[in-house]
Design a protein around this ligand. Sequence first.
Ligand code: HPA
Length: 234
Amino acid sequence: MTIHIGAAPGDIAETVLMPGDPYRAKWAAETFLQDARLVNEVRGMLGYTGTWNGHRVTMQGSGMGMPSLSIYANELIRDYGAKTLIRIGSCGGMQDKVKVRDVILAMTASTVNSPSSGFFRELNFAPCADWGLLQAAAQAAGKRDIATHIGGIYSSDVFYDERPDLNEQMVRHGILGVEMEAAELYTLAARHGCRALAVLTVSDHLGTGEALPSDQRERSFGDMVEIALEAAFS
Ligand code: HPA
């Protein structure tokens, strides 16, 4: 048990998929895992462990934003021995070529401010995905009928952003989408010698204002879970 995770030692798999929403962790576990059982419900941040094609997998909610994700990822890595952490979540599209429902595999995650910023002081660390996971996810996505983009994303520390000029800079620099967790996940994975990747569905578009209707979110989410699982065990 840790401060934020009630799982017993050994209850967490080495491979952890992390949706922001704990109910997504429940849905993914019930839909994709065999013998899934609840291993954490502290603060309602549900976590389940089961097997996929014989491999042990944990689905653990991260909450929204880098400070929340940092708590769960730190405890999963340092206390439970997690080795592969894949964020499965949504993002806002930033380029014209990126459409709602598309999948983004985040090669890098830029950020203005993450929980690690203070630690790095003047250094601009470049958080990046694990290459093997990224390559495997690209292959898994390629087998499906989903438009997939691979490149840089922006991990913002605010959803209600009072700095639209910053989004503009991101767009000008080819950033594909904006979310709020990946940069810290990549940084923590680098620090602890783990593998990390963010597989994201475009749920809305900052340029067009289009948003994915809620009845279509489940299918997109299912595609992401499958891509993440295939990538983890390829
Ligand atoms: N901003 C930040 N995070 C997001 C967004 C957004 O527009 N859409 C989905 N996640």
